[in-house]
Design a protein around this ligand. Structure first.
Ligand SMILES: *[C@@H]1O[C@H](CO)[C@@H](O)[C@H](O)[C@H]1NC(C)=O
Ligand SMILES: *[C@@H]1O[C@H](CO)[C@@H](O)[C@H](O)[C@H]1NC(C)=O
Length: 390
């Protein structure tokens, strides 16, 4: 009896030790977050064990756990009609919200789920419910894309899937089939899905046939760059659940089919040190000492290594590809993108990616307006206008 009491107490202590993590005071529902984090960590450890035993790739195992926990069949309610179909060979789940009688054509959101380019699904409860709510509350048609994931495919295949499905949807006859207004279509996504959504918006903007097809991009805590893993938000949230910095860096490495041997070096920005010539021109595009307000930078110091490891970008050149890191795109690419909404969270390594992107978009738009107004009236001092605040 006594022995089992001791054992029980020891187990409880062990469980508490496993679950408990110190969190900032401003996190709401800290216990909920701790339990979620412990569950996710547990699933990751089981997956790593499965990988180690040679039974399956750890990301396949982890996604198997995630998807089996919460897969939902396409179930239509009285309000929302849900269908699984394919758009140009890419699986999609379509949610058709209630129609207002006065609006024969509905608006539409093309949605790209998150999960580090490797996890989750349009069909898990979480995203299914999110899209159902969007369809219902916006009276809209939501297209949630089931793009292929790491390790089945790697960069840039995820982007190709998302682009293929969206292009297919934008064809006049398909829009007509779903009775969607071609002038009111939004691309949206969260986390790695926000990354893919931003990449798609840039690609469409450069394609004369597709330009102006999107009315809006809505990016929810998007991942936007892999050059600097020491922005104030990366420094502040090094160990914040459920996305500590080393986990985010590993998602990047996995997306490019790179080697984990580089993770520690990338964490200290050795991949973009001053002796890495390929990164020189790009480094200035995410110079956060000028892009972020003082409220955000606080007393954080930039981490710029004089010497690092030039082999990293030689072996993983995708790190410097703007399709992977939309934040480092040329200024011209950022001009007249669709209207943009960006949401970021305070306790998130990704916060500053979103803020820097907003700032770069704002500057690009201001430059454009300045150019136009000086063309019209070259004698007058051009006044910059904040396009994004309309
Ligand atoms: C970063 O690069 C420097 C110079 O090559 C090296 O001394 C250091 O060990 C590297 N740091 C990591 C974490 O790899
Ligand atoms: C970053 O911006 C700061 C402040 O504007 C400037 O002093 C610094 O030289 C810039 N660094 C780079 C690499 O562009």
């Amino acid at each position: 009896m006594r022995a089992s009491c001791v054992l029980l107490a020891a187990l409880a202590a062990l469980a508490a030790y496993y679950v408990y993590i110190p969190l900032p005071g401003s996190v709401s529902d800290p216990w909920k977050l701790m339990l979620l984090d412990a569950t996710f960590r547990g699933a990751q450890q089981v997956s790593n064990l499965i990988h180690y035993l040679g039974l399956s790739h750890h990301l396949l195992a982890l996604n198997f756990i995630i998807v089996s926990f919460g897969k939902k069949t396409a179930w239509s309610s009285a309000q929302v009609k849900v269908t699984d179909t394919e758009f140009d060979g890419v699986e999609v789940r379509v949610f058709e919200g209630p129609r207002k009688p006065e609006e024969p054509l509905q608006r539409s959101v093309v949605y790209v789920h998150g999960g580090g380019w490797a996890l989750a699904s349009a069909k898990i409860r979480y995203y299914d419910e999110l899209c159902t709510v969007m369809a219902e509350e916006l009276n809209a048609v939501i297209v949630s894309i089931e793009y292929r994931l790491v390790p089945k495919v790697y960069f840039p295949e995820q982007i190709h899937d998302v682009v293929r499905a969206t292009k297919h949807f934008l064809q006049p006859e398909i829009l007509q089939k779903y009775m969607v207004d071609p002038g009111r279509i939004c691309i949206s996504g969260d986390s790695a899905g926000g990354n893919l959504a931003a990449a798609l918006a840039q690609q469409f903007n450069q394609d004369a046939n597709l330009k102006n097809k999107l009315k809006l991009q809505a990016l929810i805590y998007p991942v936007l760059q892999a050059l600097d893993f020491n922005t104030p938000s990366y420094q502040q949230n090094v160990n914040t659940p459920i996305l500590p910095r080393y986990v985010m860096v590993k998602y990047w490495v996995d997306y490019f089919k790179g080697s984990y041997d580089f993770v520690q070096a990338m964490i200290v920005n050795n991949h973009t040190s001053l002796d890495v010539e390929e990164a020189t021109a790009l480094r200035a595009r995410l110079n956060w000492t000028s892009l972020l307000p003082a409220l955000i930078t606080k007393s954080y110091k930039p981490v710029v290594q004089a010497t690092g490891n030039p082999r990293i970008v030689q072996e993983i050149p995708q790190l410097l590809d703007a399709r992977a890191a939309p934040l480092i795109a040329d200024q011209e690419v950022l001009r007249d993108l669709p209207k943009t909404y960006i949401l970021t969270c305070e306790h998130d390594v990704l916060r500053d990616d979103g803020i820097m992107y907003a700032k770069r978009l704002e500057s690009a738009a201001m430059l454009l307006v300045t150019a136009v107004s000086s063309q019209r009236a070259p004698w007058k001092e051009a006044e910059p206008v904040h396009c994004l605040e309309e």
